[in-house]
Design a protein around this ligand. Structure first.
Ligand code: MRU
Length: 348
């Protein structure tokens, strides 16, 4: 029976096990998913989060969905898997990697059934394992391209968590930082705490500390001042969906960081695999933005911070316009504006 293990997830004995990212950094707890509904909940509730991690998790969820079925694959099986796909796809709306992975799994299912295979579950398992392994390879390649942009001694600002935990392993934005460190460069990382869900404080700070990389945690509203003081040489963040013109959706607050970087003449890079690019979105206007529970703003854990009943607005992502982006670091190299041209070429 095939097995796979990374920081973020493990596939063994027909179950997927996630490190519970809601509990980090205080507790290291693991959550086991034995059916596709469990995986749907793990993505929806952010036990697992981050665009590429969500994609790979959904792929394993699809395998579990297939294992739940017995009967005629060509008729009832196809209907069952359509339902599984729709359920998993409804877990979160913004990260396109989720839909990308599910499309890929569905294609594998169809081609398997077309080739007259009785039971496609083993083929689907192999496809999910391939998605997971490829993600790690892609991040390492992307990291190497990005490492060339980092000089010895640089201060690097990052927002949210685009690390090993947000991917299958290694990370995108943090992959660039890891690769720079692996080539012997000394870096100082400044991690925005990333209100309201605190992925920067809880996950990026933890992950970099664990890897022995110099990290300083700051509140989001300190980023401008830290730049003004000359502590930042470049910004690198991840993305959840990149439109055809290069507009990039990422964690709320990324847009503010990009504006600040431009004001201070600091290069601003997005690091993302090509699976995060959605060519069907003409520009950022077309990217669906998840809105989350107001309680994330009004409360800190169980502690109430804001008056009961206050009106809130809690978009989980924002869109940074392409004009503020210096380059998009991908597994095929660093793409430069105009991004409609460079992204188009990257897909050839
Ligand atoms: O809401 P989250 O924690 O899933 O948001 C994650 C981000 O915004 C990351 O920056 C993005 O997914 C890039 S992950 C390599």
């Amino acid at each position: 029976m095939a097995r796979f293990k990374s920081v973020t997830l493990e596939w063994k004995d027909d179950r997927v096990v996630f490190i519970d990212q809601k509990k980090l950094p205080v507790e290291e707890i693991y959550v086991e998913c034995t059916d596709h509904e469990d995986v749907y909940r793990a993505i929806r509730d952010m036990t697992v989060r981050g665009a590429p991690a969500i994609g790979a998790s959904a792929a394993f969820g699809y395998v579990l969905g297939a294992r739940e079925f017995s009967g005629d694959w060509k008729t009832a099986g196809v209907v069952h898997m359509r339902r599984v796909k729709e359920r998993l796809a409804s877990s979160r709306p913004t990260a396109v990697n989720l839909f990308w992975a599910l499309e890929r799994m569905e294609k594998a299912l169809i081609s398997c059934l077309d080739s007259a295979q009785e039971d496609p579950t083993n083929i689907l398992e192999l496809e999910a394992l391939k998605i997971a392994a490829e993600d790690v390879e892609t991040n390492k390649r992307l990291g190497m391209h990005g490492a060339d942009l980092v000089r010895d001694g640089d201060g690097i600002l990052t927002h949210c968590n685009a690390g090993a935990l947000a991917t299958v392993d290694y990370g995108t934005a943090l992959g660039v930082i890891r690769a720079a460190v692996e080539t012997g460069k000394r870096v100082r990382v400044y991690a925005d705490e990333t209100r309201p869900y605190l992925q920067g404080a809880r996950l990026t700070a933890w992950e970099l500390q664990q890897s022995g990389i110099d990290v300083t945690l700051i509140c989001d509203n300190m980023a401008g001042w830290v730049m003004k003081k000359g502590l930042i040489d470049l910004v690198v963040v991840g993305a959840d969906r990149i439109a055809a013109n290069g507009d990039a959706a990422n964690k709320i607050g990324t847009y503010s960081v990009a504006v600040l970087a431009q004001k201070h003449g600091i290069p601003f890079y997005i690091a993302a695999p090509l699976s995060t690019v959605d060519i069907s979105c003409k520009d950022g206007e077309a990217i669906p933005i998840e809105e989350r529970d107001n309680r994330e703003i009004t409360h800190f854990g169980e502690t109430q911070l804001a008056p009961s009943g206050v009106k809130c607005y809690n978009p989980a992502f924002d869109v940074t316009p392409w004009s503020l982006i210096t380059g998009i670091i991908t597994e095929k190299g660093v793409l430069r504006p105009p991004f409609d041209v460079s992204l188009g070429k990257a897909f050839i």
